[in-house]
Structures are given as structure tokens and as C-alpha cells.
Design a protein around this ligand. Structure first.
Ligand SMILES: Nc1ncnc2c1ncn2[C@@H]1O[C@H](COP(=O)(O)OP(=O)(O)O)[C@@H](O)[C@H]1O
Ligand SMILES: [Mg+2]
Length: 249
């Protein structure tokens, strides 16, 4: 059987919290995301977007329903297998960067490669940092870098293993507009050059509208979906003339 979907969720439910604080967050999510596409996940605060990303990344287990990533059923994997699968298939970036503070940029980016036993970890990490224009910051610590630089390190760390899927939770939320645009461009470059499937949570309608598809959540459910026209100035700038259509056709 050929696997065509990067993500396939069927009737996924998840509650978190204990006792009176227990919240039924995901309430029957069905979702298919084909390989090489880009999806912008939008919806009000508290609608379950971050929780859904955690499930896609295998960082939270669904209570019921089916979660398949790249054709593999996450629910049957042990914690060790899940960690290995994540390392090989999924890159993640967060609003607040989540770099390891006592490691340099180069060390941060080398971590996922070292965990995978790659002998060329530092060489590849250096090349990846150069590709996000941070060749001059290899030995800087996170506290010595701007927010935009830290997020570029986080992107390099997420992409250095060439994951099939890049998951991003409000990746531009802590950045000013111009810096955010650099981050957006790097994600869509990966989508184009490495055919990385993008799944982005964002409050920024401009960013969501750059994606091939937008998915709208409310109260733990998917309520609608759109395929935006890429006719804005930003779309031309970030996606190029033919934009996403070349990749997702
Ligand atoms: N660990 C948790 N325990 C209990 N409730 C949680 C937990 N994590 C998130 N929630 C609740 O689940 C809902 C959805 O959260 P979240 O997925 O972070 O939404 P979003 O990212 O769309 O803002 C919120 O009401 C939040 O308070
Ligand atoms: Mg969130």
C-alpha cells in the first residue's frame, strides 16, 4: 500500500487534567494531510490547536481514535519507538524557541543528529546554520542571540534531520513582522526544496493564507477548511511566482 498522507487522524479524542480539572480537549478530530502540502491551523485561543499538534508529534497520546503519521500508527508504539520515530520523521518549533540554554547554536542543532548516531553531526549542523544565515553565530549561546536568531537556530535544529513533517506552534508569535517574515520564508523554502509537509498553528491570517489549506478549529473540533488564493504581495515574495502549486499539484 502506498502511503499518501503525512497525517491521518480518525475520530481522535483526548482529555487532559485530573478530577474536576479534567478537560475534554479534542472532540472527534478527523484530519488527512497529504505529503508535501502546507496546512495552517487557526482558531480561537483554547480551541485545542496546540494539543492537536502535540498528538501529531507523538508528545501526547490520544485517548481513542486513530493517529497515523507517515502511515505508522503511533498508538501501538512504545515510548522508545515513539522517540525514535519522532527523531526520524518530525521536526518541531515553538513560539518560545525552546533551545537548550547551556549549549551553543551549533551544539543545539547537532543534538538530534547525535541522538540518531550521525558521525557527521557537527558538520551537518554547521551547514544547516549557514543555510539560515547564522554561520557567524555558531558558538553563541541562546541568551546571546536575538529572538529571530534563536528561532532560526530552532528551525535549523528541526530541519537538520530532513524530517518529512515540520510542526510549528505560533512560530512567529514572539517576533516582529520583518523577523517573522524571515522565519516564514525559511519554512516555505523547506516545503519547496525538501518537500517538507508543513503543519502550522498561527494567529496571523497572512501566514495562514500562505498555506495550501487552512483548517479552522473551535472547541476541540474542526469546523471548516479553506484553500486560500495565493495572490497577495507576501505570497509572491515567500512562495515565488508559481508558489505552492508546483509542489502540491
Ligand atoms: N494539561 C492540561 N490539563 C488540563 N487542561 C489543559 C491542559 N492543556 C491544555 N488544556 C486546556 O485545553 C484547552 C485547549 O488548549 P490548547 O490546545 O492549548 O489550545 P490552543 O492552542 O488552541 O490555544 C484549553 O482550555 C486549555 O486550558
Ligand atoms: Mg496554543
Amino acid at each position: 500500500m502506498t502511503v499518501t498522507d503525512a497525517v491521518s487522524l480518525k475520530n481522535v479524542h483526548l482529555s487532559l487534567g485530573e478530577g474536576a480539572g479534567k478537560v475534554h480537549i479534542l472532540q472527534g478530530i478527523d484530519l488527512s494531510i497529504p505529503f508535501r502540502t502546507s496546512v495552517g491551523l487557526v482558531g480561537p485561543s483554547g480551541s485545542g490547536k496546540s494539543t492537536l499538534l502535540m498528538v501529531l508529534a507523538g508528545l501526547e497520546r490520544a485517548d481513542s481514535g486513530e493517529v497515523k503519521i507517515s502511515g505508522s500508527d503511533l498508538s501501538v508504539m512504545s515510548e522508545d519507538d515513539l522517540a525514535k520515530f519522532r527523531g526520524e520523521n518530525i521536526g518541531i518549533i515553538f513560539q518560545s524557541f525552546h533551545l537548550i540554554p547551556n549549549m551553543t547554536a551549533l551544539e543545539n542543532v547537532a543534538v538530534p543528529l547525535e541522538l540518531a548516531g550521525d558521525k557527521d553531526a557537527f558538520q551537518k549542523a554547521r551547514a544547516e546554520l549557514e543555510s539560515v544565515n547564522l554561520g557567524h553565530r555558531l558558538n553563541h549561546y541562546p541568551s546571546q542571540m536575538s529572538g529571530g536568531e534563536q528561532q532560526r537556530v530552532a528551525i535549523a535544529r528541526a530541519l537538520v534531520t530532513r524530517p518529512k513533517i515540520l510542526i510549528a506552534d505560533e512560530p512567529t508569535g514572539n517576533l516582529d513582522a520583518d523577523t517573522g517574515k524571515q522565519i516564514i520564508k525559511l519554512m516555505f523554502d523547506a516545503n519547496k526544496m525538501h518537500e517538507t509537509t508543513l503543519v502550522l498553528v498561527t494567529h496571523d491570517p497572512e501566514l495562514a493564507n500562505l498555506c495550501a489549506q487552512t483548517i479552522h478549529m473551535r472547541s476541540g473540533e474542526i469546523i471548516e477548511s479553506h484553500f486560500p488564493a495565493h495572490d497577495s504581495e507576501l505570497a509572491r515574495e515567500v512562495l515565488g511566482k508559481n508558489g505552492l502549486d508546483e509542489v502540491s499539484a
